[in-house]
Ligand binder design. Structure first.
Ligand code: AMP
Ligand code: TRP
Length: 349
């Protein structure tokens, strides 16, 4: 990726309270990447309305997700934190990408199929075009690295396809305006960063299903706002199997619930599954679960407390989002102007 300035972009939808999957699959990586990269972290409110959101709930959720980013360790002074709808370039570039991406590409998106369900005719057009908006989010900043959970991999591949097609379709104009980065074209092909021991956290009730905000059972997930009591109950009730824990990672094969809990422990403690099994291998789940409760409470409770503190002052949160939007727009606006020149729009004011 040499030639492009290294820049991180990622986002989460303000559709409900964040859970442990969001935290281990994405947020912990976001926090770590601040040490090495310029980072832009977005609350993607325009993505949220691809499915019906009560407007008052949406406002609350935007502030809550912002608070979660900060409470988890994203520093708003260093990184840019903002909500998508405050920077007009996202919608503008998404429209251009609606005209670059092909129907056949979008028809392959599994997230759309899952979310639209059986009643596809009744899904919003926005839900279908969602991946184009996501590509716009990333490429509006020419971001090179995108830390996400594993479920977003397909969308990242689409983003790369869109970047490549734009670079090809408009190759002569990019060259003519002198806007390419060497042989690489106008847009970088962003790299997904799917990292850590828990890139896919599974439901506590069923180790074959992703931990998700849409699961009907609250016992399936640990919310970042859960108190110590709730965390402890959910882990104690988490599904396991009758065997003892293995001493090596290989022994987790075919044991999705065991693998999930070990992955969660590794993620929360910043170690690896192997290291966790060295410590707990051979033991029963009861002892391991007790240790996991302690660890989860130790790591997650301060986040819930800090979120509550931040949410008590919505003016402060809104000020952070406003300042972030200004900084984001300062990067995005010149890139969007170049896109318009490349595409052939006339700019006369
Ligand atoms: P969402 O809540 O779907 O907007 O997801 C926000 C971020 O969290 C994305 O990067 C997802 O890939 C990640 N994520 C969501 N659920 C999980 C999960 N169960 N395991 C790991 N990462 C997840
Ligand atoms: N689609 C992502 C999700 O559901 C959220 C998202 C929107 C995103 N735009 C993004 C993630 C850009 C990374 C980069 O989780």
């Amino acid at each position: 990726m040499s030639g492009f300035h290294q820049r991180v972009f990622s986002g989460m939808q303000p559709t409900s309270t964040l859970h442990l999957g969001n935290y281990l699959g994405a947020l912990t990586n976001w926090v770590a990447m601040q040490k090495t990269h310029e980072c832009i972290y977005c609350v993607v409110d325009m993505h949220a309305i691809t499915m019906w959101q009560d407007p008052a709930d949406l406002k609350r959720a935007i502030r809550e997700v912002t608070a979660a980013y900060i409470a988890a360790g994203v520093d708003p002074k260093q990184s840019i934190i903002f909500n998508q709808s405050q920077v007009p370039g996202h919608a503008e570039l998404a429209w251009v990408f609606n005209c670059v991406a092909r129907l056949g590409w979008l028809n392959r998106m599994t997230q759309f199929k899952e979310k639209a369900g059986k009643d596809r005719e009744n899904a919003s057009v926005g839900l279908y075009a969602y991946p184009n908006l996501m590509a716009a989010d990333i490429l509006l900043y020419k971001a090179t690295h995108v830390p996400v959970g594993e479920d977003q991999k397909q969308h990242l591949e689409l983003t790369r396809d869109i970047a490549q097609k734009f670079n090809n379709d408009f190759g002569p104009q990019i060259a003519e305006h002198g806007l390419g980065t060497g042989e690489l074209g106008f847009f970088p092909l962003p790299e997904p960063m799917i990292q850590g021991p828990a890139p896919r956290v599974m439901s506590l009730r069923d180790g074959t299903k992703k931990m998700s905000k849409s699961d009907a059972s609250d016992y399936s997930r640990i919310n970042l706002t859960d108190d110590a009591e709730a965390i402890a109950t959910k882990i104690r009730k988490a599904k396991t199997d009758p065997e003892a824990l293995p001493s090596e990672e290989k022994g987790l094969e075919g044991r999705p619930e065991a693998e999930n809990l070990v992955g969660i422990y590794a993620g929360l403690s910043g170690s690896s599954k192997d290291a966790v099994l060295k410590q707990f291998g051979g033991g029963q789940f009861s002892g391991f679960k007790a240790a996991l409760v302690d660890l989860a409470v130790e790591k997650l409770s301060p986040i819930a407390v800090e979120m509550r503190r931040l949410l008590a002052d919505s003016t402060h949160i809104d000020a952070i989002l406003g300042a972030g939007a200004d900084r984001a727009d300062a990067i995005a606006a010149p890139i969007m102007r170049e896109v318009k020149d490349i595409v052939g729009f006339v700019r006369s004011r």
